[in-house]
Write a protein that binds this ligand. Structure first.
Ligand code: UT7
Length: 308
């Protein structure tokens, strides 16, 4: 069964926090942040909630797909910064959008949330529970960042991305591999109502190694060569991770989409924001073979290969 990413949308808050702004808050420099991460600035939701951002991204995706909210069968919302403990952010979004039919729930898989969510959406469609799934990745990470910790506060930003996943259309999910390793949970975590804690250097190496492994697996499952991949949309955690991964896979950086310089790491929102932006810029075109990969807290990681 073909599964198409029929409509794409994204939203980032207006407020920009630059590296120079951060120099005034913690002992850091634009030079350090730029060379170590590739980030120049990030967006901060000062006056907007998670649901406000998700609503704007979702409306753009639904308009792009030309789908009425009442025809959405399920909403899958990937986030690690839910609006309430309960009900699910997906239910709050359902109310805003007027998706009167179907069901809505959240998933928590950190930076892999969008890819895990796509796996769930695929399962719902293949299993016959839904024909149209609104998949959202949205985060308000500024709420769980310790603004006195220079090792983490320079990395993260807020934003939302959304995709209308449909059983109709020409697209296809060619292969996917999802993994997690709960034994390594304490490399990256936030306690309830607490701040982000991260052992960055360790995570860096694991990220490159793990994403390379699952990318190789999906490519070989389908029997493609790396030359057949038109675009790579990786999770935007660090430009050096993306460069190391591309080098290991033998894919030129021209085929790797990155917007990390503008938005930093937006966790579950990063791939759908990048995807929607690439689409609007004409970098992502219908018929393209697209490789997506992510790694984050859990640890969780995965790779998904699609025909867009
Ligand atoms: O999205 C989930 C997945 N996340 C990731 O995959 C993140 C993976 N990790 C990384 O991207 C990188 O490890 C970081 C960007 C987090 C850190 O870069 P690094 O090159 O690994 O730096 P480091 O942690 O080894 O720190 C190097 C130095 C240290 O100083 P000393 O010990 O060498 O004197 C840090 O204290 O840089 C210092 N440092 C900073 N200096 C200025 C750490 N943060 C900063 C900062 N500004 N913001």
């Amino acid at each position: 069964m073909g599964i198409t990413l029929q409509g794409l949308g994204y939203y980032v808050p207006q407020d920009v926090l630059s590296n120079f702004d951060l120099e005034k808050i913690v002992d850091t420099s634009d030079e350090w942040i730029t060379t170590r991460t590739g980030i120049k600035e990030r967006r901060i939701a000062k006056n907007e909630t998670l649901i406000d951002m998700a609503e704007k991204a979702s409306k753009m995706a639904l308009e792009d797909a030309k789908v009425d909210p009442k025809d959405v069968d399920a909403i899958v919302f990937a986030t690690i910064t839910p609006h309430f403990s309960f009900p699910a952010s997906a239910c709050l979004l359902q109310d805003r959008l007027g998706c009167k039919n179907g069901f809505a729930f959240d998933i928590s898989a950190a930076c892999s949330g969008f890819l895990y969510g796509l796996e769930v959406a695929k399962g719902l469609i293949v299993g016959g529970s839904a024909k149209k799934v609104l998949l959202v990745g949205a985060e308000k990470l500024s709420e769980i960042v310790n603004w006195q910790d220079r090792s983490t506060c320079v990395l993260f930003g807020d934003g939302a991305g959304a995709v209308l996943v449909s059983s109709e259309g020409e697209g296809e999910i060619l292969a996917s591999v999802m993994r997690s390793d709960g034994e390594a949970w304490n490399i990256l975590y936030a306690e309830k109502c607490g701040y982000i804690n991260m052992r960055g250097r360790e995570l860096f190496k694991l990220a490159v190694r793990s994403m390379e492994e699952v990318c190789q697996q999906v490519i070989s499952t389908v029997g493609l060569k790396v030359e057949d991949i038109d675009l790579v949309i990786p999770h935007q955690a660090n430009i050096r991770i993306m460069e190391a991964l591309a080098e290991k896979l033998g894919i030129p950086m021209q085929k790797v989409y990155s917007n990390i310089h503008k938005y930093g790491n937006t966790s579950a929102a990063s791939i759908p924001i990048a995807m929607a932006e690439a689409y609007r810029e004409g970098r992502l075109k219908r018929g393209y073979t697209v490789l997506m990969t992510a790694m984050g807290a859990g640890l969780t990681w995965g790779a998904t290969l699609i025909r867009f």
